[in-house]
Every structure is written in C-alpha cells, then in structure tokens.
Design a protein around this ligand. Structure first.
Ligand code: PMP
Length: 414
C-alpha cells in the first residue's frame, strides 16, 4: 500500500518547519527532496571508500568503481536501455541535450536542414538547437499547441514532418502544462520521415515508468536531482550504434584508449563521453535513489501523483479566481503532477511569497519556458506546484487554504 505519510518520514527536510508551520514542498519539478538513504549512501562513500574510479587497484578504489558501475546498471535497467554502454553520465538533462547537439548535431546537421522541436519545450531543449541552427545555417521549426494550448497539435507535427527534419526533439512531459506527450507515436511518425528522435525525459523519468526501448527513441535526457538523487548527476541515453558513430565533445582522462604525441584513440562506450573524474558521489546517490524508487514501484508513483492531481484540480475547480493550465482533470491519463495556475488579479510572485509565509514552497515565473509562458499569460509568469511521492492530500488542502489567504490579502473576490 502506498503510504505518503510514511514516505514523508524518509525525507529529513520534510520534518523541518517553515515559518513555524509544517513544511509543504511543492516544487519537485524544479528539484526533488532527498531521502535519508540517498544522503546516507553519499556520506558512507566519503566516510568509508572515497577514491577515484576506474584506475586504482586498491580495495576502496575498486569498491568505488563497483558502486559507480552498479549505479549505471541500475539506471540502464530503470529506463530499459540495453546496458551501461548506452548510459552516459553528465551533469544534468541540459548537458545531455547539449551533448547531442554538440556531437550528433555537429556531424549530422547541415545548412538548410530542419530541426523540429515544440512550443512547450524547456529552454534546455530550445537554446542548444538555436545555437546549432545558427552555426550550421539550419532551420528550427516548432510544433504548435492546440486545445487551449494544452496539447501538441499532432496535425501540425505531421505537416512539419513533411519537411523531413533531421532531428525531432520533444519533451515527454511539459514542466509547465503537465502534458504527457505520446512520445511513442511521435517517435514512430518521426522515424517514418527519417528523423532521429531525442526525448527530454527530465519531467517523466522521475514520475512514471519510462522504457526507452518501448518508446523507440534514439536519445533521452534526464536529470538525477529531479528523482531523489543529488544535483550534478544526469544522464544521456543513446542507442549504441548512434553513440558509437559520434565523436566525443570533451577530451581528457578516461575518455581515451591511447594517446601519442600526435593523436589519440577513444575509449569504449560509455567512457568515450565521460572525460575527467566523474561525479562519483552523484552516481552513488543516483544508485540509491533508483533503489528507493524501485522499492515503491513507478506505477505506484504515477498513481499517487494522478490521485493528488485529480484532487487538487477538483478543489481548485471550487475557486472561480483560480485557473489551471494544461489538460483538464477529465484527461488525467495525459497529465503529470505538474500544475501551473493563476489567481485572477494577483501576480504569481505575490502568490508564491504569500504561500511561502504559509509554509508552502511553490515556484513562480517563466519556468524556463518563455516561448510557452509568454503565449499563455500577459504577465509572462505563472505559479506552479508540482507533486511527488511525499506529497499528501493534506498538502493540497493547505494550498487551498493559502489561496484563501492570498484572496484576503489581495482583496480578490471570487
Ligand atoms: N527539461 C525539462 C522539461 C525540465 O523541466 C528541466 C528542468 N526544469 C530541464 C529540461 C533541465 O533540467 P536541468 O536543469 O536539471 O538540466
């Protein structure tokens, strides 16, 4: 049985108070909180086997290497990759997306080629393509949104696929709208047109069962810190043949097989893309985070978040002054636990500030998705709450009470 109250107790930060009140954390789309098992795994590494990996012959270095590789094996299994060769460790989803642009893109995108992304992308899945398109003289196309800007317009996608883009890069879950895109169908359509497909999994992998083989995508980017792991560790999944054919972006230690005065040859995957000393503590923390999530089961994670989202949308529907963006409650199957909302007549920063005083952490702003948010609202900013395993219906009730406080302070009538 899923027990969010019990899960909550595994997260030391959630037993702290905020402004004298029970702390309600609703900003997991920005970064998740960390369970004690993850914190302990990192502390244990530094206390008992801190050493560099992949080269030491002594006991603790071998232990650290084993833990690093075990982390990769867990991640490969978690996302359905074939093995550790297909999981490149990077700093975060942003770096993973940039790695595709700088390596695959540099070689495969030519002048006049089309790159297709969507209007609901995070800046991390926009700016690297703008930079690449500028360098190469390529064209960057955007799939439009439809139905009150809640979904990708699949007709527009199909029309833009007729231009035979070399790359289609789409977010699995929008960090603003909460829309869960049908990435399996998008991948199939894009492959039929000869495109390579990159999925931004930053907001999906932490929250639902994601299987890169079932989706059929060529690349996927993800961030560890949004899925209970520390900051500074993320991954790029890539299909082995594609990664084999790609050139490394960074040169240095570990990524080579041999170096002479005149040149170098590259190491095997995944090390070819991991120059220099890795984020060992991050990888160990990610391994512990994956164990924790596996212990709950990703289907249960998803179910819990859907239940909270349904409950929150239901409660918000009682308040006329509040509007919620993204798919409606009736389409919870295609919604994640990310909820951007607006309170009529109140700037989102005021909302977030008043919420903070009520002990509730939410985010306000453009959510690194300016092309989307500027189309959604004239203020160019939205309030956003986002759920994870440690949130409860009581948290939602606290939010509804805090909306009441906002309305009182700002003198908003329903
Ligand atoms: N893509 C999406 C959809 C995101 O929500 C985020 C983080 N907000 C990113 C990419 C970038 O993640 P990071 O900052 O960890 O690189």
């Amino acid at each position: 049985m899923f027990d969010a109250e019990r899960i909550r107790r595994d997260f030391p930060i959630l037993s702290t108070a905020s402004h004298g009140k029970r702390f309600v954390y609703l900003d997991s789309a920005a970064t998740s909180q960390k369970p004690k098992s993850v914190i302990d795994a990192i502390v244990d590494y530094y206390n008992t086997y801190n050493a560099n990996i992949n080269r030491g012959v002594y006991e603790i270095s071998e232990r650290a290497t084993d833990a690093f590789i075990a982390s990769k094996e867990k991640l490969a299994k978690f996302i359905g990759a074939h093995g550790i060769e297909e999981t490149i460790y990077v700093r975060n989803a942003t770096e993973a997306l940039n790695l595709v642009a700088l390596s695959w893109g540099e070689r495969n995108i030519k002048s006049g080629d089309h790159i297709l992304i969507t209007e609901m992308e995070h800046h991390s899945n926009i700016v690297p393509w703008q930079m690449l398109a500028k360098r190469k003289g390529a064209v960057l196309d955007y799939v439009k949104l439809t139905h009150g800007m809640a979904y990708l317009d699949m007709e527009d996608l199909e029309a833009k696929l007729e231009k035979s883009p070399k790359l289609v890069s789409v977010t699995h879950v929008s960090n603003v709208l909460g829309t869960v895109n049908d990435v399996k169908r998008i991948t199939k359509l894009a492959h039929e047109c000869g495109a390579t497909v990159l999925i931004d999994g930053a907001q999906s992998v932490p929250h639902m069962r994601v299987d890169v083989a079932a989706i059929g995508c060529d690349f996927m980017a993800l961030s560890g810190h949004k899925m209970l792991a520390p900051t500074g560790i993320g991954a790029l999944y890539g299909r082995r043949e594609l990664l084999e054919a790609m050139e490394p972006v960074l040169g240095g230690g570990d990524m080579i097989r041999s170096v002479s005065m005149h040149g170098a040859t590259w190491n095997d995957l995944p090390w070819k893309f991991e120059a220099g000393t890795s984020n060992i503590e991050g990888a160990i923390g990610l391994g512990a985070a994956l164990d924790y999530l596996d212990g709950i089961g990703m289907d249960s994670v998803r179910e819990h978040e859907q239940e909270l989202t349904r409950y929150a949308m239901d409660r918000f529907s009682e308040i006329n002054a509040v509007s919620v963006f993204g798919p409606p409650a009736s389409d919870i199957e295609n919604r994640s636990g990310v909820m951007a909302f607006a309170i009529k007549g109140v700037h989102p920063h005021d909302v977030a500030t008043i919420f903070d005083r009520e002990g509730i952490a939410i985010r306000a702003g453009h959510h690194c998705a300016m092309p989307l948010v500027t189309q959604l609202v004239t203020e160019k900013a939205l309030s956003r709450m986002s759920f994870y395993i440690y949130n409860t219906k009581e948290d939602v009730d606290r939010v509804v009470d805090a909306v009441g406080v906002v309305k009182r302070i700002m003198r908003i009538k329903d």
